[in-house]
Design a protein around this ligand. Structure first.
Ligand SMILES: Cc1cc2nc3c(=O)[nH]c(=O)nc-3n(C[C@H](O)[C@H](O)[C@H](O)COP(=O)(O)OP(=O)(O)OC[C@H]3O[C@@H](n4cnc5c(N)ncnc54)[C@H](O)[C@@H]3O)c2cc1C
Length: 346
């Protein structure tokens, strides 16, 4: 084999990519993560501010479906290893109506000092190429050839796993020179992701409001998260009392042409108005996510896709109900399918 050969090439180093790499590496397979961005985490990425403080720009935290016992066991181990921390919050809705009882304590999970620390732990043993966008996949003599936009060969691999959002996964799959009818779920999920504007703001003194997390019940704000109150965020204290605001998906769809900085001003005004805050915050950072969340499918899905003949698979949130727990469940499912098929081969 040439030096450019790897057993398993994993496209995308978000939650599902880092977990599938971790699980397959544990079984002894040689894995390589190929990530188009500068770092790991995907939609759990962070933004580094001028004073080295990092802000969770994507998912702020997550919780896990209590029926997924394998995933719950994994979470217990990750908590023990310090990959994740528990954050006890009392989530409220903006209008005080929908959602959980205001007094009920709810335990969610996050990584410290930022969400993508979890991904760094999962992928610490894995060879990774960042700033590496995969453009084309070709099956030649039983092996996958993986090319970038300029037509340069990145790697040859026996197995390829795609973990990108459905829209981007379909862009890779639709030109594959092989029968990919197993991957129809990808085509039907493409174009259904929802966009979102995000901004992070800092107040010069702590706000006197009831909860660390508000969700739903507002026509502009989907959620507001008290970043400073998350575990392990001491590096934020110098910035003041820090909150992250997420727009509703509808707002982001209606104003997709607007600049995120302009929308950050609107989100901030809506937040201050809602809580009657008269201190003017500073806007630390903002972003527009074109493919923020994947809505849960109407039909139960297969969790992951695996074609043994092609040695081609997919795992991602869009296959398993969306969110971080969907991405994790999908990666677990695919690793079981792959290891099962390798056992049968052996
Ligand atoms: C603002 C926001 C708030 C959210 N809030 C929550 C929440 O509260 N709770 C929750 O559970 N979830 C939340 N989510 C959703 C959650 O972040 C995602 O569901 C989850 O991170 C998806 O993981 P994934 O591995 O499936 O995909 P991703 O994280 O998108 O990973 C895919 C990776 O593939 C890479 N990639 C794509 N194409 C290529 C290519 N051609 N070549 C190389 N690399 C490529 C991408 O750069 C990316 O890193 C939120 C997301 C956002 C953006």
């Amino acid at each position: 084999m040439t030096q450019a050969y790897t057993e398993v090439a994993i496209i995308g180093a978000g939650t599902s990519g880092c977990l599938i790499a971790n699980l397959l590496n544990e079984t002894g397979l040689d894995c390589l993560l190929l990530e188009k961005s500068r770092g790991l985490g995907g939609r759990c990425s962070r933004r580094l501010l001028h004073n080295d403080a990092s802000i969770d720009l994507g998912a702020p935290y997550f919780s896990v479906n209590e029926h997924n016992l394998i995933l719950r066991d994994k979470i217990r181990i990750w908590l023990h290893l310090g990959y994740l921390s528990v954050w006890g919050i009392q989530p409220q809705s903006f209008d005080g109506q929908a959602g959980l009882e205001p007094s009920s304590e709810h335990q969610v999970l996050c990584a410290t000092p930022s969400m993508n620390a979890f991904h760094k732990y999962l992928a610490k043993q894995i060879n990774t190429l960042t700033n590496c966008e995969v453009d084309t996949l070709k099956k030649v003599n039983g092996l996958w050839q993986i090319f970038d936009k300029s037509g340069q060969l990145i790697r040859v691999a026996r197995t390829v796993i795609i973990t990108a959002p459905a829209e981007q996964a379909w862009n890779l799959l639709k030109y594959v020179n092989a029968d990919i009818s197993d991957f129809n779920a990808c085509q039907s999920s493409a174009n259904s992701s929802l966009p979102q504007f995000v901004c992070t703001i800092a107040f010069s003194k702590p706000l006197k409001i009831d909860s660390h997390s508000y969700e739903n019940g507002h026509f502009i704000l989907q959620s507001a998260i008290h970043e400073s109150a998350k575990p392990g965020r001491a590096n934020l204290h110098a910035l003041g009392d820090v909150w992250t605001l997420h727009s509703t998906y509808e707002l982001a769809q209606q104003h997709s042409e607007k600049h995120h900085k302009q929308m950050a001003v609107e989100l901030t005004q809506a937040f201050c108005q809602h809580f009657g805050i008269d201190i003017k915050p500073s806007i630390l950072t903002s972003h527009y996510w074109r493919l923020a969340q994947h809505p849960a499918p109407a039909q139960p899905s297969t969790l992951s896709i695996w074609n043994d003949d092609l040695q081609l698979g997919c795992c991602a949130d869009w296959l398993a109900g969306g969110g971080i727990s969907g991405a994790l469940a999908s990666a677990l499912s695919l690793s079981q399918n792959i290891t099962q098929s390798f056992k049968i081969e052996a």
